[in-house]
Design a protein. Structure first.
Length: 105
């Protein structure tokens, strides 16, 4: 399961978001089975997609409980919101075709 959080930062805010995520990634991935990535839009340099990959549905559910109940997570989410221009768009995807990128064919 993968979540895409799409948003924008204010002009010149790219580095600030990257620094914040570098700080937050250890806590965010700490439970295990979670991987964060950040993608920047080449056509719109202030637009990004934060990709959160979960090992399975149970890992996602546990992380959602953490989002709802953990004060440290709440503080991180509030800090991230303050770095953005507007709201995040959220899209949740199910993995249906697992494949090792390194494999041929």
């Amino acid at each position: 399961m993968t979540i895409h959080l799409s948003g924008r930062v204010p002009s010149g805010g790219r580095r600030t978001l990257e620094e914040f995520l570098a700080e937050a990634v250890e806590f965010s991935e700490a439970p295990g089975g979670i991987r964060l990535r950040l993608l920047w839009d080449r056509a719109a340099p202030d637009r990004f997609v934060e990709v959160i990959e979960y090992a399975d549905e149970a890992t996602y559910a546990a992380d959602q409980r953490r989002v709802d109940d953990d004060p440290t997570m709440a503080a991180l989410l509030a800090r991230r919101r303050a770095l953005l221009s507007g709201a995040l768009a959220v899209a949740i995807f199910d993995d249906t075709w697992p494949r090792d990128i390194g494999s041929a064919g």
